[in-house]
Design a protein. Structure first.
Length: 398
């Protein structure tokens, strides 16, 4: 019998694949408390785990490909996790997906490595208005902090006061956080302290759990509608002093046996599903109502567009509509300075809105025939695609 030797694949592509698969699996293990139910319209547990691994492997592979195309080294990817150890390093993981407004987080590397979220002032109304939130929404704060040579995953959550109007002029800090640094949740479950929650000029700083350098951070918005369904926002962890490719940061290095916060009393509930009753519960208009109108700030884009006079969700990035597509209207807040354009099938001359103001833009007089698509761009980046189909085809597909 001829002796055969099993090859140990060591090509760059094969080694990279094993590294990425292992680090994504380790990251899910660290964040399982929330990521087993953080993807909108995806089943809890196994289905969410598979979704987490799929979207993050795709993200990291695309980052690797872009670096290769630029002729750059993939050395940074091999810093994630030595294959023969239990070491781990955080990366810019996608930890939730959904259609609710996204709250953007940054990290102040020069201010004690604190995470930050912008707000035009420190009032509750300004915070809610600037991010397109509603009273009753839950904000889940997530940080990966480095402390004594280990990474610690910390969570905290606040429920925007359902008893208070969206237009409250109360300071955000006193409205949601009491003098002990704690915040209200239903039944006072799972109270976790912010080490830091303070307003500084035009943003709130926050550090969770015990003191430690914030390596990665994010905020997930959760909302329960009238039917009892749960909705999420997109959230991708931002990194401290993000390095080349935005995948590693200066504080990140593989360390032994990282651990997650262990003192969360989950009982029978899911951590992201604790928003209080009393919110408006609508998923069609994600901007707040009442309390003084629109506050200048970052643009907020609604995830429902009016196509041929019918409201349709554009959260998935593509929709179908009955041909011909004659009109498309988008809405939100602080949109006056955003450049909106459209193209049929993504080619030819750009189509400008027929009307455009701070609360939205409309394209009218269109004639997109069946089998063709209207691609809508915001700020020069593709936002969503509307594919025109014959009515009979729409009926068969649905």
């Amino acid at each position: 019998m001829k002796k055969s030797n099993v090859k140990n694949p060591k090509t760059t592509a094969q080694t990279l694949q094993r590294v990425l698969v292992k680090v994504v699996a380790m990251c899910y293990t660290m964040l399982k408390t929330i990521c087993n139910h953080s993807f909108e319209n995806v089943g809890r547990g196994f289905a969410s785990m598979n979704k987490f691994k799929k979207v993050n492997l795709r993200y990291l592979r695309e980052r690797a490909s872009s670096l290769q195309n630029l002729g750059q080294s993939l050395t940074q990817f091999f810093q994630f996790i030595p294959l023969q150890s239990d070491k781990w390093s955080p990366f810019a993981a996608i930890i939730s997906q959904g259609h609710l407004p996204e709250v953007t987080v940054s990290i102040d590397a020069e201010g004690g490595h604190k995470a930050c979220v912008n707000s035009p002032s420190r009032t509750y109304a300004d915070f809610v208005n600037s991010w397109g939130l509603q009273r009753g929404d839950q904000l889940t704060f997530v940080t990966v902090q480095k402390r004594q040579g280990k990474y610690e995953v910390n969570y905290a959550r606040i429920v925007l006061n359902p008893r208070n109007a969206d237009g409250s002029g109360a300071p955000m800090s006193t409205e949601i956080v009491n003098s002990e640094g704690e915040f209200p949740c239903s039944n006072w479950k799972n109270r976790l302290n912010f080490s830091t929650f303070e307003f500084d000029t035009d943003h709130f700083n926050f550090v969770l759990g015990r003191d430690g350098d914030v390596v990665a951070a994010g905020i997930i918005v959760s909302r329960k509608d009238r039917s009892g369904d749960w909705f999420r926002s997109n959230c991708q962890l931002v990194l401290n002093e993000a390095g080349i490719g935005s995948d590693l940061c200066s504080l990140a290095e593989a360390v032994e046996k990282s651990y997650a916060t262990a003192d969360i009393d989950m009982e029978s509930e899911f951590y992201l599903n604790n928003a209080a009753s009393g919110g408006t519960g609508t998923t069609e208009d994600v901007t707040p109502s009442g309390g003084g109108g629109v506050t200048p700030g970052s643009p907020v884009y609604n995830t429902v567009a009016t196509i041929n006079g019918v409201n349709q969700s554009i959260a998935g990035g593509s929709v179908t509509a009955t041909a011909p597509v004659a009109s498309v209207a988008v809405s939100g807040t602080n949109l006056g300075e955003v450049a909106f354009t459209a193209k049929v099938d993504g080619t030819g001359d750009a189509i400008n809105p027929t009307s455009h103001n701070a609360t939205g833009a409309s394209f009218t007089g269109l004639n997109v025939a069946a089998g063709h698509s209207l691609m809508v761009y915001r700020g020069g980046v593709l936002w969503f695609t509307v594919t025109a189909q014959d009515a009979d085809d729409l009926g068969d597909g649905d």
